[in-house]
Design a protein around this ligand. Structure first.
Ligand code: 5GP
Length: 199
């Protein structure tokens, strides 16, 4: 793998979306991926911006055509990462970052062990609940579901390479930036450059 594939994951409400967006502001060279989902757009969302909103039938076709790098059912809806875009970016030597659920992260880690998995951990369940309720974009039913799934998701942390405790957002963002920078400096990711220097 020539470029760097970073996967940010963790339970819903842990703050991975906020960290993801802040990293993109701080490191604008990082390429993003727009996921496909079968859920309906929220009032503030536009097709092709936050997600590609598709029907179940269209989503199934994408699976059948092997167009998705990973996909998972997350709270009643399907979500998946379009494969071609990610592969093109990685092959070109650039960095791409995904923000996906833990089931999807697990699939990517299996396919590409050299990807960098960053797990965002909430400081406590009380904080997680407060954050989910504070978003006010989801129904009570959906909040309860997200909370009950969070425990299972937290126990998958061992699949990941790094953990970021999000009790202070600024620290969590700083830590994530440091992880990405350190990963770029790994010897194994710079062999070609080093060999050229030593020629
Ligand atoms: P939301 O519906 O709140 O935008 O996202 C719900 C969950 O789906 C979040 O945990 C988010 O990380 C996850 N998600 C978004 N895109 C993808 C994707 O492409 N694949 C997987 N596996 N999960 C995704």
């Amino acid at each position: 793998m020539a470029g760097l594939l970073i996967v940010i994951s963790g339970p819903s409400g842990a703050g991975k979306g906020t960290i993801y967006n802040s990293i993109l502001e701080r490191m604008p060279e990082i390429v993003t991926s727009i996921s496909v989902t079968t859920r309906h757009p929220r009032k503030t969302e536009t097709d092709g911006v936050e997600y590609f909103f598709r029907t179940e039938e269209e989503f199934s076709k994408m699976i059948a055509n092997d167009e998705l790098l990973e996909y998972a059912r997350v709270f009643d809806h399907h979500y998946g990462t379009p494969k071609k875009h990610v592969m093109d970016v990685v092959e070109s030597g650039r960095t791409i970052m995904l923000e996906i659920d833990v089931k999807g992260a697990e699939q990517i880690k299996r396919k590409f062990p050299s990807c960098v998995g960053i797990f965002v951990m909430p400081p406590s369940f009380e904080v997680l609940e407060r954050r989910l309720r504070g978003r006010a974009t989801d129904s009570e039913e959906s909040i309860v579901k997200r909370l009950s799934e969070a425990k299972g998701e937290l126990s998958t942390y061992k699949l990941f390479d790094y953990i970021v405790f999000n009790d202070n957002l600024h620290d969590a963002i700083d830590q994530t930036v440091s992880i990405i920078k350190a990963e770029r400096n790994k010897i194994c990711r710079n062999e070609t450059k080093i060999k050229q220097l030593l020629k």
